[in-house]
Design a protein around this ligand. Sequence first.
Ligand code: PGA
Length: 252
Amino acid sequence: MQTKISLVIGNWKMNPTSLATAKELFVTVRKRAKSFGEVEVVIVPPAVFLCDMARLSPSGRIAIGSQNIWPKPEGAQTGEISVPMVASCGARFVLIGHSERRAVGVTDELVTQKLQAVLQHKLTPVLCVGEAKRDSDGAFFSVVEQQLSSAFYGCKKSDVVRTVIAYEPVWAIGSGSTPTAEEIYEIRLFIEKCLTKQFDRATAQKVRILYGGSITEKNAAELYQTAGVDGFLVGGASLRAEAFVGIIQAVR
Ligand code: PGA
């Protein structure tokens, strides 16, 4: 199952508070690049640091991602940034539908539009899905199914395979608790089943599926080996260079 290129993404969220600290953190991770092996590594800094971080990675060994974009390429949209803008700064990945964006009003409809915009400009979307609560009657499965089917509505198979899916249960983000490896494995199979239903099996099997939510250098190796995921979307631990490098090494 793990024949696809493994991927570790560090989502810095609204951190750190200064460009100097951001540069320091980036350079510390970059110094360890030789230990990354074949793992694809992406850092997703706040938008204001995007260009600077991309300049610190001229070889592209650490790819740069954007935390957000607006679907239109330009126009009267105060406070927003577009895909061509982040691409011109060197971003190759874009997070779409992160629960912290959904929490401030990003709807399923907007997620679909954002996904289309990223695909249209040939960047790689990282589509985040996940339930707010894990109920014992399994209703969380339909939350994930609904998020997937609406995001991929009208999508071509060739675009679906270029998308990375990050399963991030909202209750696990920043909480210190994660689902068990079996639970992550189960949802991974479920995501494949949903994509098979909406597209076909060959398409479903090509999509990289990550797990995100309270990943640290301590739980990464075990979850990677047993949960059947293609890598991780890391929040808090990506702000500690040693921890982030430890997670990358766990995925090698
Ligand atoms: P966390 O965040 O690793 O701090 O739980 C993950 C995320 O929000 O992507």
